[in-house]
Design a protein. Structure first.
Length: 598
């Protein structure tokens, strides 16, 4: 009885943590009934070991809720069973973990030591008679069955299944085992689809076409670089003076309506989507799940045109399975943490300063491989959440309301990253690597979540209620030395569009591949961003609208706002687009599942 009551309280709290909006009562009721059934089954006899078994059950459920809630805190969705494979990554993110495991979440397990103590010392005995305990599972079963039938009649079963802890995990496990997530007959690609995707990849003449032909290419993926810091004047200071200079330079084109597009693999998905113009997997990090697939992304296209392609990232080479995935991605060499020398660690690992300085030396080596140009994909690290740096690095004057919280820490951290990027570009010039090199730079993903408390503090900075379209907006800038361009492209796009966009600028026609993105410099259609993380599949962002599909799968409960006026819109008008974006994602999934390029 005690354990049942405590679990019920936890279920109520849990629905709060994972933002259940509808059917809260049936959800808590179902969780409670299932727990009662299990506990009364354990206590059906007063035998030895019953308390221990009940305790084990209690702890397991509490820990599952803890993991779910912590995952939700970061990803705004519940984890799937395949995420278990990723726990190895957790030790590396200890600092971030402290943020995820805030007191609101940790409270789910804080009682466990006391309960263990109590049940041992007080010799806990169930208060309900044994006869009652024997019939409880049957009674509970009948009650549960009736509730489920009732919910089904009301069309609310899917809503409950998406958010109730037992049914959510049970459905996920069954689907994983039965493999129902492999492409079914319904998802196929017609000849027409394939032709469309192939034509998206082809080079079409435009104003920037071929400006980079024969030049080196450096693509710089910056950790947690959001767009709002670009050109921001804050407390009388520029947050990113070097990036501002780059963005506003006559030889640059700045894409300011550009978005992240991640799956379960965070930074590594930003890499994957950017290089391949395919949607990321939502089952596992794409680098893990499709490590052995054949791809035809940017490194391959450039290699086919004589380039040598290397990738640089100063962290453990196994992390995100990069070491194994990079080969099929097309990279010929991976310069990882073990190739860098450094003494001081900043947050997650190597300081950008050490990373960039030594990367210059490796670039000189890469430049000498042959007479052909090179492709260097460089991934930074220092500006990683939770953005804590030793005092001497925090040089900005932070407003009182942002002092000591994530906003202030982020501004400091991204300011440091900016400083090192500036130095890196200067060093490229000094080393004679600048003139003949196109530099593309973008952020991998958000730093400040729209689903967490700190969102409230962002209102002044972005001038509106901070929402997903602010959060997911990252900058993209492409700099072609000695060209006069000086343009800001406002066409909406995402990491999915990078590959066709840069291929056009570099002037290489992609005749072998297919892409889901668009060449942003030259595309005039209505581009639609189809995220699956933070907002669920079926959500979209386009030039005018932010559409967030409801978390419980009931379309009518979705939310739509006008991105310019921020007014709330009627959702029904977006049903078709929501279906369309799902289809795009499914088609991309089909390409991955069937290893299409093979
Ligand atoms: C470490 C870094 C992790 O290699 O890429 O970044 P994350 O995925 O946690 O943003
Ligand atoms: Mn990252």
């Amino acid at each position: 009885m005690l354990l049942s009551i405590l679990l019920t309280i936890k279920f109520i709290w849990f629905t709060n943590l994972i933002n259940v909006e509808y059917n809260r009562i049936p959800i808590v009721l179902i969780s409670t009934l299932i727990s009662m059934a299990v506990l009364s089954f354990i206590y059906r006899k007063d035998g030895k070991g019953t308390n221990r078994n009940a305790l084990i059950f209690y702890c397991v459920i509490s820990v599952i809720m803890l993991i779910d809630a912590a995952y939700y805190t970061h990803f705004n969705m519940l984890p799937n069973i395949r995420a278990v494979k990723q726990v190895g990554q957790l030790t590396a993110v200890a600092d971030s973990l402290r943020v995820l495991l805030n007191i609101r979440v940790t409270i789910l397990v804080l009682d466990i030591p006391f309960i263990i103590y109590y049940m041992k010392k007080v010799q806990y005995r169930p208060i309900i008679s044994q006869r009652l305990r024997r019939i409880t599972p049957t009674a509970v079963g009948i009650l549960l069955f009736s509730i489920i039938i009732g919910l089904n009649i009301k069309g609310e079963l899917s809503s409950v299944k998406a958010q109730e802890v037992y049914t959510y995990h049970a459905t996920d496990i069954v689907e994983t085992i039965l493999g129902s997530k492999v492409p079914t007959e319904e998802i196929t690609l017609t000849e027409e689809d394939i032709n469309d995707l192939k034509s998206r990849a082809r080079l079409k003449e435009g104003k920037l076409t071929g400006l980079g032909k024969g030049k080196n290419l450096i693509v710089l993926q910056v950790e947690a670089l959001q767009n709002f810091v670009i050109n921001l004047h804050y407390n009388g200071q520029e947050i990113t003076p070097n990036l501002n200079k780059l963005v506003n330079d006559q030889s640059s084109v700045y894409y300011n309506n550009y978005f992240q597009l991640l799956g379960r693999g965070n930074t590594s998905d930003a890499e994957f989507v950017t290089q391949n113009s395919l949607y990321p997997s939502m089952e596992e990090p794409t680098y893990t799940q499709y490590q052995d697939n054949t791809f035809y992304g940017l490194p391959w296209l450039l290699r086919d045109n004589g380039y040598t392609a290397w990738v640089f990232h100063g962290y453990e080479k196994q992390f995100w399975n990069r070491e194994l995935a990079y080969e099929n991605q097309g990279f010929q060499r991976f310069i990882s943490q073990e190739d860098y020398e450094f003494e001081e660690v900043l947050g997650f690992g190597i300081r950008d300063e050490d990373f960039f300085d030594q990367t210059i030396d490796y670039l000189k080596e890469l430049d000498k491989v042959d007479d052909n140009p090179f492709y260097a994909f460089i991934i930074t690290l220092s500006s990683h959440t939770p953005f804590k740096m030793p005092e001497e690095y925090n040089v900005l004057d932070i407003k009182e309301e942002h002092e000591g919280n994530m906003i202030g820490d982020y501004l400091q951290s991204i300011h440091y990253a900016d400083q090192e990027i500036g130095r890196f570009i200067e060093n490229l010039k000094k080393e004679g690597l600048y003139e003949e090199t196109v530099i593309a730079l973008y952020g991998d993903h958000f730093a400040i979540s729209a689903a967490q408390d700190e969102a409230a503090l962002m209102k002044d900075i972005v001038g509106a209620d901070y929402d997903y379209d602010h959060m997911k907006n990252i900058p993209l800038v492409i700099h072609i030395p000695n060209e006069t361009i000086g343009e800001t492209v406002t066409t909406i796009g995402s990491q999915l569009d990078f590959y066709p966009t840069i291929a056009n600028i570099m002037g290489y026609d992609n005749t072998k591949g297919l892409v889901f993105g668009r060449d942003l410099t030259n595309y005039n259609g209505n581009n639609i961003i189809a995220p699956q993380t933070y907002m669920l599949k079926g959500s979209f962002i386009d030039k005018d609208t932010l559409f967030e599909i409801s978390r419980d799968g009931i379309f009518e409960r979705s939310r739509a706002i006008n991105r310019h006026t921020r007014e709330v819109l009627e959702v029904e008008q977006f049903r078709n687009i929501s279906e369309e974006v799902k289809k795009e994602i499914d088609m991309s999934d089909y390409i991955l599942k069937t290893d299409y390029f093979k």
